[in-house]
Design a protein around this ligand. Structure first.
Ligand SMILES: [Zn+2]
Length: 451
C-alpha cells in the first residue's frame, strides 16, 4: 500500500499495514508420506532452518539502522515544521488561497504539508526504495516506475488525508475536550471503509490485478478453498514482478471486495504444493475473520494513542504558543504537531499491536498446517520466503518488540516441523472444528455478500 502515513495519524493504519502486507504461507494438498525408500519419506524429516547469508545479515543490520533513522525522521520533520513557525505561515497562505473557507484551508494545508514532506524526504526515499533495493538485488523497478508510484501515492495520500483531516478538525472544533475519544471510536468505521475501497480503487492504480494465469494451480487452490469451507472465493494474481523480486501473498478487502492476492513472483519461485500452503495461511486469515477483528479492535489502539496526542499537544501548546504561532489545537496549523505526537504514540503502542498481529499470523500458520497436513511443503515455503526475500531467520530484541508483525521465519519453520497432531503425537486441534466455528461468522460477514 502506498504512503498512507498521514491517514495513520487518525486511523491505526499501522494495523491496516499489517493486513496489507501479510506474508504468505503455502498449503499443499494433504498427502500421505510415502513408504520407506520413497522420496516422500524424506519429507517427514524436519526441514533445517537455513543460516542467513552474509548479504542477508548485512541487509538486516543496515535495515535496523534505517528503521531507526526513519523513526527519528518521522518525528523530527513535522516537529521542525511546527516549532519553526513554518506551519503557521503555511496556514496563513492556504487560508488566503481558500479565501477564508475553513474546509478549503484544511484541505489545502494538508496537501501543502504533504508536498513539503514529500520533497524533504525524497533523498531518503530514493535511497531506500530505489538505490538500496537494487543494490541488494531485490528490485526490478525502473526509475520511471518508482517515480510514478511515488507521485500517485502522494496524490492518494493528499485525498485520503484531506478527508480524514476534515473529520478530525470538525471534531476538534465541535468537541475540543473529547475529540480524541470520538475520533478513536470512528477509527473502526474509517478503517473499514479504507479496507473496503483499497482493493478496488487504490491498489489498481499501482499494479494489475487479474485472474490466475495457471488454470491448473487455480483449480487446486479452489479445491483447497472448498475444503476450507470458502465458497466462491476470489483469488487474484498481481504483477508485482515489475516492482520487486521478493515473494509474498496477502488477503485484502472487506465484504464484497475481500480477496486473496498472490504475487506473480511467488507463483514463479514456489512449488505448487508450497503455494497451496501459502494459500492455506491466507484462507486461515479469511476463515478466522482476522480482517474484521482487526478493524473492530482498531479503537483499542486509536483511543489511547489519540488521548496521548491530545494531552501532550495541550501541554506543548501551553508552553510554546508563541513559537508555534497558533492558539488552539483546532487550528489547521496544528496538524504537524499532532502528527509528530501521533508518531511518538504509535511507537509506544506498537508492541501490543504487533504482538496481536503475531498471534493472528501464528493462528493462520496453524490453520494452513491443519488444512494441508503438508509440514514439509510449509517449512520449505518459509525457507524460500527467507532466501528469496533476503531475510534472517531470527529476530533481534528491537525488531521483535517494535517491528515484527509476524513470528520469525525460524520460529515458523520450527513450528512446521513440530506441529502434526494428526500423526497421533499430540491432541489434535482440527481445523474443521475451529474452522467451521469461525467460518460461520466469517462467511456471513465477508463472503456471502459477494457470492
Ligand atoms: Zn498472514
Amino acid at each position: 500500500m502506498p504512503r498512507f502515513r498521514t491517514i495513520a495519524f487518525l486511523i491505526p493504519a499501522l494495523l491496516a499495514g499489517f493486513l496489507l502486507a501479510l506474508p504468505g504461507t503455502t498449503w499443499p494438498q494433504a498427502e500421505t508420506p510415502g513408504a520407506p525408500g520413497d522420496p516422500a519419506r524424506a519429507e517427514v524429516a524436519p526441514v533445517p532452518v537455513p543460516e542467513p547469508t552474509p548479504l542477508a545479515v548485512q541487509y538486516h543490520r543496515t535495515g535496523e539502522w534505517l528503521w531507526l533513522l526513519n523513526q527519528i525522521w518521522a518525528i523530527a520533520i513535522p516537529g521542525l515544521i511546527a516549532f519553526s513557525g513554518l506551519s503557521s505561515r503555511i496556514e496563513r497562505l492556504t487560508r488566503s488561497l481558500a479565501r477564508g473557507n475553513r474546509a478549503g484551508t484544511i484541505f489545502l494545508f494538508i496537501a501543502a504539508y504533504l508536498a513539503l514532506v514529500f520533497v524533504l524526504s525524497l533523498p531518503l526515499a530514493y535511497y531506500q526504495g530505489f538505490v538500496r533495493a537494487h543494490a541488494y538485488g531485490l528490485s526490478n523497478q525502473t526509475l520511471g516506475r518508482w517515480s510514478y508510484n511515488r507521485v500517485v501515492g502522494l496524490g492518494v495520500d493528499m485525498i485520503g488525508s484531506g478527508i480524514v483531516g476534515l473529520i478530525a478538525y470538525s471534531l476538534l472544533t465541535n468537541s475540543p475536550r473529547r475529540w480524541w475519544l470520538y475520533l478513536g471510536l470512528a477509527s473502526a468505521p474509517m478503517l473499514a471503509l479504507v479496507m473496503l475501497i483499497v482493493p478496488v480503487w487504490i491498489d489498481p492504480l499501482f499494479n494489475h490485478y487479474g485472474p490466475m494465469k495457471n488454470a491448473e494451480l487455480e483449480r487446486s487452490i479452489l479445491d483447497l478453498a472448498g475444503r476450507a469451507g470458502i465458497e466462491g472465493s476470489r483469488v487474484f494474481e498481481v504483477d508485482k514482478s515489475i516492482d520487486t523480486k521478493t515473494v509474498n501473498a496477502n488477503v485484502t478487502g472487506l465484504l464484497s471486495t475481500k480477496r486473496i492476492v498472490l504475487w506473480d513472483t511467488l507463483i514463479a519461485r514456489l512449488e505448487p504444493r508450497e503455494i497451496l500452503v501459502v494459500m492455506g495461511h491466507e484462507m486461515g486469515h479469511y476463515m478466522m475473520g482476522h480482517v474484521i477483528r482487526t478493524v473492530a479492535l482498531a479503537p483499542l489502539v486509536a483511543i489511547p494513542g489519540l488521548f496521548l496526542v491530545n494531552w501532550w499537544g495541550l501541554k506543548l501548546l501551553g508552553r510554546y504558543r508563541s513559537r508555534l504561532g497558533f492558539e488552539r489545537l483546532s487550528d489547521p496549523a496544528s496538524a504537524p504537531l499532532l502528527l509528530m505526537l501521533f508518531e511518538v504514540a504509535s511507537l509506544i503502542l506498537s508492541p501490543p499491536a504487533l504482538a496481536y498481529s503475531r498471534a493472528q499470523e501464528h493462528d493462520a500458520d496453524r490453520y494452513a498446517l491443519e488444512l494441508t497436513r503438508d509440514n514439509h511443503a510449509a517449512a520449505m515455503a518459509f525457507v524460500k520466503l527467507q532466501t528469496e526475500n533476503l531475510g534472517v531467520p531470527r529476530h533481534g530484541l528491537i525488531t521483535q518488540v517494535f517491528r515484527a508483525s509476524h513470528p520469525s521465519l525460524g520460529d515458523r519453520i520450527d513450528f512446521c516441523n513440530s506441529y502434526h497432531p494428526w500423526r497421533g503425537d499430540s491432541a489434535p486441534r482440527a481445523f474443521r472444528a475451529r474452522g467451521q466455528e469461525a467460518g460461520v461468522s466469517a462467511t456471513m460477514e465477508h463472503i456471502a455478500p459477494g457470492t
